[in-house]
Design a protein around this ligand. Structure first.
Ligand SMILES: Nc1ncnc2c1ncn2[C@@H]1O[C@H](COP(=O)(O)OP(=O)(O)OP(=O)(O)O)[C@@H](O)[C@H]1O
Length: 284
């Protein structure tokens, strides 16, 4: 049996499900607890003692990226790769890759000062969404119906000390039908999909929306796979909006997706799909 591993920080529902899926396949999944882990960059001797394939599940974007790059320097094959994780963690980077691959996305612009941001919002057309380039769980997302709203949002951002707050990512507001879609892609296949409903415009389940199964076959699944591939992700949570005129458009791709709700709603064993993919890579 090939050796596989999982880099993690805290064992959420997902990490526990991955451990059980490996156990039920008789596979040994070695747990690499990132807060206790350290290594010299490029130490191939240490790399030889580690599992040849490691799944990255660290909850912090920063730890996930740095520990992936560190493990890669030791010669470990990490899922997802560092390059893909870096791109997915940055909305400007990932949206650029999606656009280059011809994957439809919300019209998005970037401005680096308040005047420029106001001109950009005019060009995109109100209402607009302002989001951090590296956010998750819908944190710090703001909706501006007009210039007055945008002025207040930009003023708040100007006073925030974080340098990334000077990068204004402004996006058209997509008139989605009270829901969005999360497609989970593993190894180039759309394994499960759910609709996430909410009366609030932020429909992520992380904010408490309800969910239902969505189809994985056909256009939706194919688009999600193209999006994951464009960013180089092997395991991905692809967030898709339904636009009344353009149809499916990809909002973003997540490199360490949560899938508890997806499993509860669809019954698909996402953890088993991930473990099978790791085992397949480790056997190569
Ligand atoms: N341009 C938009 N138009 C309409 N709704 C949007 C738009 N952008 C985001 N939303 C809503 O806000 C939610 C969160 O947005 P987004 O996914 O960009 O934020 P996030 O912080 O990266 O969340 P996560 O990474 O947890 O999915 C989306 O699921 C969607 O419901």
């Amino acid at each position: 049996m090939p050796r596989i591993g999982m880099a993690y920080m805290v064992a959420r529902w997902e990490e526990k499900a991955i451990v059980s899926a490996a156990r039920s396949r008789g596979a040994e999944l070695e747990l690499l607890h990132m807060p206790s882990f350290y290594a010299i960059i490029g130490d191939r001797g240490l790399g030889a003692k580690l599992p040849s394939v490691v799944l990255q599940r660290s909850i912090s974007h920063y730890v996930a990226l740095s520990s992936t790059l560190l493990l890669e320097s030791l010669g470990v094959r990490v899922v997802n790769r560092g390059q893909a994780t870096a791109a997915a963690n940055d909305k400007v980077w990932s949206l650029s890759l999606l656009a280059a691959a011809g994957v439809p996305t919300p019209v998005t612009g970037v401005a680096f000062g308040s005047d420029a941001a106001s001109k950009l919002a005019e060009e995109i057309g109100y209402p607009v969404v302002v989001k951090p380039t590296n956010g998750s769980w819908g944190r710090m997302l703001a909706l501006a119906d007009d210039w007055e709203d945008l002025r207040v949002i930009l003023e708040h951002r100007e006073y925030m000390p974080q340098p990334e707050m000077k990068v204004h990512l402004i996006q058209e507001y997509v008139k989605k039908p009270g829901r969005d879609i999360r497609v989970t892609v593993v190894g180039g296949r759309p394994v499960a999909a759910i609709y996430r409903y909410s009366s609030h415009w932020i429909t992520n389940t992380a904010r408490g929306g309800k969910a239902e199964p969505a189809p994985t076959e056909g256009e939706l699944g194919e688009l999600a796979v193209r999006a994951a591939e464009a960013v180089g992700l092997e395991v991905a949570g692809v967030d898709v909006f339904e636009d009344p005129e353009r149809g499916y458009i990809v909002n973003e791709v997540n490199p360490v997706p949560e899938f508890k709700n997806t499993v509860a709603v669809t019954g698909v064993d996402v953890a088993a799909e991930i473990v099978d993919y790791l085992l397949e890579l480790a056997r190569r």
